[in-house]
Design a protein. Structure first.
Lengths: 270, 212
């Protein structure tokens, strides 16, 4: 797995500071800040990486707020049933009294709402199953029977690694090697689930932090994005020609990512 | 197609750099070559692999992870049979129960970003092999004898790209000359080798051709 250091070492080579930023023109923190900005921008604009995020469904509640790492909501499910995307104008046109209606959700929209919020129409008439989990600290062992509703969760012994997915309607995903706390879980069945483009989970990474989501094949994009930012900064390191070139290379990567998104992932152009 | 080792490629790049091994370390040159093999792969998708999912299909499971080293999944086989690619929107247009639909082996796979895909209808039996073919992460060249297999025009593009990548730190006349001459030629070559139709010039269609 690549860490930020992989990109860092290539960036410092281009900045004529092989081995690390020690000349005082740029700091490691400036690199880290630029990296977070660029990786977030790449994830947002490329729309190549998606995650599923389930939130608890409540009877009569139409609006749901998704997690902080969610960027662009792209598909919505209620009780694992696909909901069609609409907007407020459509809903107003079709049915003026749509607000407050309760039933089986058929449609959703996220326009005219705060970020990361979706509204279902009609509002669900039933609450979803809630999985009871006990906070487990420094877990190392067997998690064999977290059950409620339809969920059974089990892993092999000893448990120290990454849970990528679980069979059946329940889906669990962790941000990296799993060693910590399970504080809450929401299963997709009977609840609201979104497929969304994702941002970075760790917004305060170090050089040793693993690069989230993005494949090694696109690390060159991050390198040029960071170089464009660092060379654009006012000061001794400002390099207009370098920044222009690096920026062009970064945009080239975004164009490729968008083409992949459209042609291979069958998504509409952003 | 010719087989090119890392040592041969380094020699070609160093020749372009006027053998300046003081300013450009062997590791830097290797990094630049590896970077440009990846860039070329992003444009042209030249490195494709088939990978079998580490676990067999699980009864009732609908979402699977794209196996490493696949980056862009192009094709999925379920139990050695090709299945059709669809999108969430079009699959859901015929049935909103795309995540819960049962009834025989999966007939469609639906990409969910680059890391996951949906198999629908749900496999209720399980124990079947799932195979994924696609554009893969290019394994980095490390040892002098490590090699890649590419046609000459692709290899030349990697050489040009590596040269520009390296002289970026030097700046000055060498860089401005390269950005004026080599870089536009490299971009044109990428345009030619690119597999992504939406990045190419629009095709002339009947709608745009005057019939007069």
């Amino acid at each position: 797995m690549n860490t930020l250091n992989t990109v860092y070492l290539q960036v410092v080579d281009s900045l004529l500071e092989p081995g690390g930023l020690t000349a005082g023109i740029w700091s490691v923190q400036e690199f880290l800040d630029a990296f977070v900005d660029v990786a977030t921008d790449f994830l947002q604009r490329s729309a190549l990486y998606k995650k599923l995020d389930a939130v608890e469904q409540f009877s009569g509640t139409s609006q749901y707020t998704f997690d902080d790492w969610v960027m662009d909501l792209q598909a919505m499910f209620s009780n694992e049933k696909f909901l069609f995307r609409g907007d407020v104008d459509d809903l107003d046109l079709a049915r003026r009294d749509w607000v407050g209606k309760i039933g089986t959700p058929r449609e959703w929209h996220d326009d005219q709402l705060p970020p990361k919020v979706a509204e279902l129409f009609p509002a669900p008439s039933a609450s979803g199953n809630q999985v009871e989990t006990t906070a487990i600290n420094g877990y190392y062992g067997t998690l064999s029977g977290v059950t409620n509703g339809d969920m059974t969760f089990s892993v092999t012994t000893p448990f120290f690694g990454t849970i990528a997915s679980n069979a059946g309607s329940t889906y669990l995903e962790t941000g990296g090697p799993f060693f910590g706390t399970i504080a809450s879980m929401v299963e997709s069945k009977t609840n609201v689930m979104a497929a969304a483009t994702c941002g970075l989970w760790n917004l305060d990474p170090q050089l040793t932090t693993a690069i989230e989501h993005i494949h090694a094949s696109f690390l060159w994009a991050l390198k040029y994005g960071v170089l464009a930012k660092l060379w654009s900064k006012a000061g001794d390191g400002k390099n207009d020609a370098g920044a222009k070139y690096a920026s062009e290379r970064y945009e080239e990567a975004i164009m490729i990512a968008k083409a992949i998104s459209m042609e291979e992932l069958l998504q509409e152009a952003a | 197609m010719p087989r090119v080792t890392l040592a041969e490629m380094q020699e070609r790049v160093y020749h372009r750099l006027e053998e300046n091994q003081l300013l450009y370390t062997s590791q830097e040159v290797t990094n630049a070559i590896n970077e440009n093999l990846m860039v070329l792969n992003c444009h042209a998708g030249w490195y494709q692999q088939t990978a079998i999912l580490p676990t067999l299909s699980i009864p009732g499971r609908v979402i699977y992870d794209v196996p490493a080293p696949i980056v862009v999944p192009l094709n999925v086989k379920f139990d050695n049979r090709g299945i059709e690619k669809s999108s969430l929107d079009s699959a859901s247009y015929s049935s909103a129960n795309v995540l819960t639909k049962t009834g025989g082996p999966p007939r469609y796979w639906i990409p969910l970003g680059l890391r996951k895909f949906i198999l629908t209808p749900i496999d209720k039996i399980g124990g079947r092999q799932i195979e994924c073919t696609g554009i893969a992460d290019v394994p980095p060249l490390v040892n002098p004898t490590d090699f890649f297999v590419l046609s000459d025009e692709f290899t030349n593009a990697v050489e040009d790209g590596s040269f520009i990548t390296l002289i970026l730190k030097e700046g000055g006349k060498i860089l401005s000359d390269a950005l004026r001459t080599i870089y536009p030629a490299w971009k044109a070559k990428m345009q030619e080798l690119r597999r992504w139709e939406s990045m190419k010039a629009p095709h002339v269609s009947e709608d745009t051709v005057s019939t007069r």
